[in-house]
Design a protein around this ligand. Structure first.
Ligand SMILES: [Zn+2]
Length: 294
């Protein structure tokens, strides 16, 4: 597979990376970027997925291994960290339980890292026994703070949203958050709707917007590779509310599943990257909610 095809296959949002490049250039398969204005906060991107890591004076805090179906991503992730520091990797924090973000962590485990997740992520993983996904060593329910070297990282669970195990990782000093699949930066929603909780997701976004932060690192690169803002969170809230209201009317007229899935469009969002590919997932999820009660 060519690099371009591979990146596109990783998700509709990845197309946005390409749109940020001059015509004729190819997105490199991976990249490690220090976040502007920080001393030690990095983004590791591989294909269409990305994770945050923080280098401290007492070791590295890594997040999602992003190695589903591609163990090379994890090997590369470790190599990229080693280019920056000889400090040991002390933690791997899971953003949520979805394998596209957390599979492949064994090399981090072998390097001695302690794996941390929300309790529900571990509960699910313990049942599924995915051979490629490391079980968390430690879990929490509402909040946990990781202090390492000169860094404080707050882990917060704010209820159901894109999944039932998604947390928000906050660097209070830097006013940066890392939250995965809850705010697609500059793009439409898509496959991530499948097992989501749309009504609770709206409440989550309101709480997220009320928190003290300025920049959001997403789990898939934002449009043009940019970071997210509170405006992006509000835009996604608006999208969820709009789609929900539109489907609700049709659902209560008995038009779910087929009528809505065949005919409904959301023209207000037609220009958003990922709209065509994502619309069926959005409509199906809201038909599930308003046409079925789920
Ligand atoms: Zn997810």
């Amino acid at each position: 597979m060519s690099r371009i095809v591979y990146v596109i296959a990783c998700g509709a949002l990845a197309v946005a990376i390409l749109s940020g490049l001059a015509q004729g250039q190819q997105a490199p398969p991976f990249a490690t970027t220090k976040v502007d204005g920080t001393d030690n906060v990095y983004i590791f991107r591989y294909g269409g997925g990305q994770a945050m890591f923080i280098v401290t004076s007492a070791g590295v805090i890594a997040t999602d291994p992003i190695g589903y179906g591609r163990p090379q991503a994890v090997t590369t992730y470790l190599e990229e960290i080693k280019k920056i520091t000889s400090q040991p990797i002390r933690y791997v924090i899971y953003s949520h339980h979805h394998f596209d973000h957390i599979a492949g962590g064994k090399p981090f485990k072998d390097a001695g890292a302690t794996f941390v997740s929300h309790r529900r992520a571990k509960d699910r993983l313990a049942v599924l026994k995915d051979p490629h996904t490391v079980l968390p060593d430690e879990t929490f329910d509402d909040k946990r703070t990781i202090r390492l070297g000169n860094t404080t990282l707050d882990l917060t669970y704010m209820g159901l949203n894109h999944s039932d195990s998604t947390i928000v990782m906050t660097l209070p000093r830097e006013k940066i958050i890392f939250t995965v699949d809850t705010v697609p930066v500059g793009g439409f929603l898509g496959r991530g709707m499948i097992d989501s909780y749309p009504l609770e997701w709206e409440e989550f976004l309101k709480k997220l917007t009320a928190m003290d932060w300025e920049r959001l690192i997403p789990g898939h690169p934002g449009a043009g590779g940019r970071l997210g803002t509170k405006q992006d969170a509000q835009d996604v809230l608006g999208l969820l509310q709009h789609a929900s209201a539109e489907v609700k009317v049709a659902a209560q007229e008995g038009k779910c599943w087929d009528g809505v899935e065949r005919e409904m469009k959301l023209p207000k969002y037609a220009s958003w990257p990922g709209y065509e590919a994502g619309l069926p997932f959005v409509l199906r999820r809201f038909c599930g909610l308003w046409g079925r009660g789920t």
